[in-house]
Design a protein around this ligand. Structure first.
Ligand SMILES: CCCCCCCCCCCCCC(=O)SCCNC(=O)CCNC(=O)[C@H](O)C(C)(C)COP(=O)(O)OP(=O)(O)OC[C@H]1O[C@@H](n2cnc3c(N)ncnc32)[C@H](O)[C@@H]1OP(=O)(O)O
Length: 232
């Protein structure tokens, strides 16, 4: 969880609170903390991101030098990782680097999904000014990113993985910044490698957006196809 400044810069606003877990929901794809401080670093950078995007400054050249020093330090002490291969869908390192859900990725809000017995995956979150599109509203591309991810998670909850082939988003009402949002996603049906999944985004009782996605399970991803080459 991180704390970012509001647009006015006066009140700290929680931007990534995943909300409470209902009694019958269970945390889904929890991302382990390896104790290295990596997650705290990402959380602090999220705070920084909110401050940089959501503030004006007179002179921050001192901050530039400090951040440059930090980057130089991290470059020295870290081990760079390469993008993952298809076989690694869902391993903690794959999830952790994800721009929507990844706890190690400062770009992500991040999402902390909860799965329910009927297969619904839900996240609750509040987005700050760094996600702004129209004034006061969440950028439509961010909504699409969150939807794509949530549909993918609903597929994972149903035991499948798929590449997004078609993603339709209907924006019904502006998605507000700095207000609690709730996204719920569920797999609807499958036919061979084709998977249909849907999601909604609400603030309170207001429907802000909904989506329908068609996903295609990559060839070779199923156990019986392990010896076949994986194709996107
Ligand atoms: C458990 C593990 C947990 C993991 C958790 C991870 C969470 C992370 C979640 C991350 C989430 C983020 C997710 C992301 O960011 S995914 C990244 C964004 N998506 C892509 O980059 C996909 C790019 N496209 C492709 O790779 C290929 O085109 C795919 C793989 C989609 C299909 O190429 P492929 O060669 O395999 O398929 P096919 O041609 O034999 O067609 C097969 C069938 O599908 C039908 N079809 C195909 N395309 C379309 C279309 N556009 N509309 C309607 N129908 C379409 C087609 O007619 C045929 O139907 P039929 O004739 O059989 O009836």
């Amino acid at each position: 969880m991180s704390t970012d400044s509001s647009a006015s810069g006066e009140q700290p606003v929680e931007t990534t609170d995943p909300g409470s877990v209902d009694a019958d929901g269970a945390p889904f794809l929890q991302q382990p903390d390896d104790g290295s401080g990596h997650l705290e670093l990402a959380a602090e950078l999220r705070r920084l991101r909110g401050l940089v995007a959501g503030s004006t400054f007179e002179d921050v050249h001192d901050a530039v030098a400090t951040v440059r020093e930090l980057s130089d330090h991290l470059e020295k002490v870290g081990t760079r990782v390469n993008p993952f291969t298809y076989e690694t869908w869902g391993v903690p390192e794959h999830i952790g680097a994800n721009p929507a859900i990844g706890s190690r990725n400062p770009i992500s809000p991040p999402l902390e999904p909860v799965v329910f017995p009927d297969g619904t995956v839900r996240v609750e979150l509040t987005l700050g000014i760094e996600y702004q599109g129209p004034p006061g509203c969440v950028h439509g591309g961010i909504v699409a990113l969150l939807f794509d991810e949530m549909l993918g998670l609903a597929n994972a909850a149903a035991g499948s993985v798929g590449m997004t082939a078609d993603l339709r988003v209907t924006y019904k009402s502006p998605t507000p910044l700095l207000q609690p949002l709730r996204i719920e996603a569920r797999q609807i049906r499958t036919e061979g490698r084709k998977i249909w999944t849907e999601a909604t985004l609400h603030t309170g009782d207001t429907l802000c957006a909904r989506t329908e996605g068609l996903f295609i399970e990559p060839r070779g991803i199923r156990d019986e196809d392990r010896d076949k080459p994986i194709e996107g």
